[in-house]
Design a protein. Sequence first.
Length: 130
Amino acid sequence: MDDSQNLVLILDLDHAVRESLKFSLEQSGMRVRTFGTAAGLLQDSGLSGAGCLVLGHRPPALNCFHVISALKARGSVLPVVVMTEHASKAFCRRAANARVHQVIENPVFDESLFDSIRDALRPPERHVTG
């Protein structure tokens, strides 16, 4: 994975969550940029160089589905991992319809979040026929 593919964006209201996740991901060799507001994320000019986005379920000012819709309206195909405390069936259905890469339920005590991020950073496989 080249350097342009391992940039992880994090949008979460909780500063401690952002910084903790940033520290852990950087220890795994990933580059990370954090955002405390949806507006800050959506105004960032470097979104096209990112490999994936980790969203808290309730980012400030906009919910995660509004952020995803705003990104898609701009043509973004950035894989999105959503962290939530309430992964109800309805929420998961809505996430699937929004083409969320993975929904991770908090609190996370194992490697599932990191595995989901690494999977999202992996380039799509190209199938050659003939």
